[in-house]
Structures are given as structure tokens and as C-alpha cells.
Design a protein around this ligand. Structure first.
Ligand code: SF4
Ligand code: SF4
Length: 316
């Protein structure tokens, strides 16, 4: 797969980025060995870029994969909700120690909503920039589900990398359409920012039009890489084929069709509301003191699962 530089940075990324939340206990619950094997399988096929986060609690999978994958040939991106220096330092140290590496390629502020949110997190951003100057990070940036998050980032030259949500129907964009996001990201690209998008299938809602969904993103010339949540070798092969040839292989359709992901909420739910408050898509509510999901709004990000202390909610 042909690699390209992430915006103005010296970081070269593969066109496909391995979204790693899928392998955690919040989703497919792979063992560390299984997850690492999958990362290595992807690496051998040319996926040399992995996306993780402090929230995902899955550094151990990547660390294990690094027993096989040469560190210098792998790009690791992580993110944190830290808003001040102390928390940002803690997040970076945790990432480096848990991953067994002395640098992180890309470190992002997680889920930034607008210029104002960035201002509110600026102390953390400043810390990350200082860490970059010391060689612990190669590039800093942010992830966002909002057009206003991208427009906010465009006002800060120190934000080098964006990780926005984008798919052909704009599913999961909290404050606008796919066209609005494309316009904002074109402005980002003109400012030389690196862009790796997320949620190409809008959390599974675009599976029926998967080829068109990938074609849409391939036409977005400003995207340097596309992050896709992957949890099996078949999914890796399928996504690579879609990206390289625009084809969803016939022989894989039967293996994947029954694997359409879904959110499940167990009857044990005690109605604590944590997941309802956490869902940025407003897809969850309480009915008779139990969480219920509106599947038409859910993009299967899995974030609600991270706040359910007893694992009663999961994406499978
Ligand atoms: S966080 Fe868990 S226990 Fe609380 S409402 Fe959601 S599913 Fe139920
Ligand atoms: S319900 Fe959960 S998985 Fe679905 S969009 Fe909300 S936080 Fe994400």
C-alpha cells in the first residue's frame, strides 16, 4: 500500500489505520495474544498505523504486537481527555510505559468540540507541544465528532493532525452534514494539517453500501489515512480490498454478513445513567430504569461501554 505524509509532518502513514478499540473487553474482547496477532497480520498486509486512546485501555495489545513489529516501522496514535499539564503528563507517561516505547508518534486531545473546548484544554496541549520539543511525541492534534471541532483546530497552527468523523452520509457528525465536514477539512488541508478520518461506515449503518462508502472517502483527496475498527482477519482483507480495488470480495461477503455489529445492553442494567450521559450521539435513554438504544442514532463508537462499571453494555 502506498504511504503518504500526514499533512506537514514527517510521519508517513499507510492509507488504512487500524482502529483498535474493537479488540478490547468493551467490544470483541480478544485476548492480548489474539489482538496482537491481528495487529501483526494487518502489519504484514501493509497496515502500519494504529489508533488507540487512553480511554480504550488496550495498550497491552499493541505492546505485545511490538515484539514482532519493528517500532520504527509502525505509527502509533493515542489520545487523552486531559485538560491540564498534570493529566497530560500522566497520560503520556502511561502510554509510553504501557506500550514499552520511548516516544508516541501522534498524541491527540480526545473529542474536542470547538475552539472553546480547545481553549479549555490548552494547558494540556501546551504540555504535549513541550513533550514534542523534547522528542517524546512527533506530532500533536485532536479528534472530533464536530465540524466546529475542525474549524476550531484550523485556528491553531500548533495543531498538526486531525482525526475527524467522516462518512458519505455524515452519520455521527454532531453538528452538520458530510458536506460541511468536507468543506472544513479542505480548509484544514490548505493549512497543511494531517488528516486521518474515522467511522467510514457510520458505525455499520453503511454496510449495505460499503463500496460506495469507501469510494466517497477515496475521492476526499485531503484524507491521508482512514481509521477502521478491525476485529478479524477477514475484516482486514475486506477493508484492504475496498481501499485498494474498490471491491468487497464475494468470498468474504458470506463470512462478514452475519457479523454486522450491534450494541447490546444486558438485563442486569441498574439504570445508573452513566452511559446515557456519555453518549455524544444522544442514542441512549432510560426506559423503566434500563438503558435502551436508538439504533438509528448509534454509531457503535463503544464509548458508552467504557463507563459501565459492570460491562452491561457492549458493542459486539
Ligand atoms: S452504564 Fe451500565 S448500568 Fe448504567 S445505565 Fe448504562 S448499561 Fe445500565
Ligand atoms: S450508544 Fe454507545 S456506541 Fe452508540 S453512539 Fe452512543 S456511546 Fe457510541
Amino acid at each position: 500500500m502506498k504511504k503518504r505524509f500526514l499533512g506537514n509532518t514527517d510521519i508517513e502513514v499507510s492509507p488504512l489505520c487500524f482502529g483498535s478499540l474493537t479488540m478490547t473487553p468493551f467490544q470483541s474482547n480478544l485476548t492480548v495474544e489474539e489482538g496482537a496477532e491481528l495487529l501483526c497480520y494487518g502489519y504484514d498486509k501493509g497496515i502500519k498505523f494504529v489508533d488507540t486512546a487512553q480511554l480504550y485501555e488496550n495498550y497491552q495489545y499493541i505492546r505485545k504486537a511490538l515484539d514482532y513489529i519493528p517500532r520504527q516501522d509502525y505509527i502509533i496514535s493515542s489520545k487523552t481527555y486531559a485538560w491540564n499539564e498534570e493529566l497530560a503528563e500522566k497520560a503520556l507517561k502511561e502510554a509510553m510505559e504501557s506500550l514499552g516505547t520511548d516516544y508516541i508518534d501522534i498524541f491527540l486531545l480526545h473529542e474536542q468540540e470547538s475552539e472553546h473546548t480547545i481553549k479549555g484544554h490548552y494547558e494540556a496541549l501546551e504540555y504535549l507541544i513541550k513533550a514534542k520539543e523534547k522528542g517524546y511525541i512527533r506530532a500533536v492534534g485532536l479528534s472530533t465528532h464536530r465540524v466546529s471541532g475542525v474549524l476550531g483546530a484550523n485556528k491553531y497552527k500548533e495543531i498538526e493532525v486531525l482525526h475527524p468523523i467522516l462518512n458519505k452520509k455524515g452519520l455521527g457528525i454532531a453538528d452538520g452534514t458530510a458536506e460541511d465536514m468536507v468543506e472544513a477539512l479542505r480548509q484544514s488541508k490548505a493549512l497543511s494539517k494531517g488528516i486521518y478520518s474515522m467511522k467510514p461506515l457510520g458505525g455499520g449503518h453503511l454496510i449495505a453500501e460499503i463500496e460506495e462508502a469507501f469510494q466517497f472517502l477515496k475521492k476526499c483527496e485531503f484524507i491521508d489515512s482512514i481509521a477502521v475498527g478491525l476485529q478479524s482477519k477477514e475484516e482486514i482483507d475486506c477493508n484492504l480490498s475496498l481501499l485498494e480495488n474498490g471491491i468487497y470480495p464475494e468470498e468474504l461477503k458470506s463470512t462478514l454478513s452475519h457479523k454486522k455489529r450491534k450494541l447490546i445492553i444486558e438485563d442486569y442494567c441498574i439504570g445508573c445513567r452513566n452511559c446515557v450521559k456519555r453518549c455524544g450521539q444522544k442514542a441512549l435513554s432510560l426506559v423503566d430504569n434500563k438503558a435502551v438504544v436508538d439504533s438509528s442514532r448509534c454509531v457503535l463508537c463503544g464509548y458508552c461501554a467504557t463507563v459501565c462499571e459492570d460491562f452491561y453494555i457492549k458493542v459486539i
